[in-house]
Design a protein around this ligand. Structure first.
Ligand SMILES: [Zn+2]
Length: 65
């Protein structure tokens, strides 16, 4: 055990931009690799991705009404 994901820098603050594909490629790769080794950030990523997927739906419904 040389690298404990719990002790490394986490990616929560980058997840929003990562979901929106707004990160530079090197940072997106860093986040991608981290998500494969960190269950906590992977769970956060799923939550952020679901929220990001819902936002356009909500605003679209607002526009329709
Ligand atoms: Zn993490």
């Amino acid at each position: 055990m040389t690298a404990d994901p719990e002790e490394g820098p986490h990616m929560r603050q980058l997840l929003g931009a990562y979901v929106l594909d707004a990160l530079p490629a090197p940072e997106a790769l860093t986040v991608s690799r981290h998500l494969q080794t960190c269950d906590r950030c992977a769970a956060d990523y799923v939550a952020v991705a679901e929220a990001a997927a819902l936002l356009p739906l909500l605003s679209e419904e607002d526009l329709l009404e």
